[in-house]
Write a new protein. Structure first.
Length: 113
């Protein structure tokens, strides 16, 4: 059984920063290819950042140059550094393996003054 636990969300003012973490556990599971998704109220879940097994990263146009995905194999944890946050970044953020259908409980990010 694979478990994904997201953390690091919260309330932040526009222009602020947050770093989300996704701790993965489960027999033999490795964070080789992972993605961060978000779902805002009334909207569909969307992919915002992904990292491949080779370390290649991709981002949605809306977050390019502001968000950075990274991973720490020693901790089996994936991160999402979010800078210059905007109100439209408000959503529940989830991590997910690229090739498996496991989801965590998500972490709420609210950007508001």
């Amino acid at each position: 059984q694979v478990q994904l636990v997201e953390s690091g969300g919260g309330l932040v003012q526009p222009g602020g920063s947050l770093r989300l973490s996704c701790a993965a556990s489960g027999r033999g599971f490795r964070i080789n290819a992972m993605g961060w998704y978000r779902q805002a109220p009334g909207k569909e879940r969307e992919l915002v950042a992904a990292i491949t097994v080779d370390g290649i990263t991709n981002y949605a146009d809306s977050v390019k140059a502001r968000f950075t995905i990274s991973r720490d194999y020693a901790k089996n944890t994936v991160y999402l550094q979010m800078n210059n946050l905007k109100p439209e970044d408000t959503a529940v953020y989830y991590c997910k393996p690229t090739f498996d259908n496991y989801w965590g409980q998500g972490t709420q990010v609210t950007v508001s003054s």
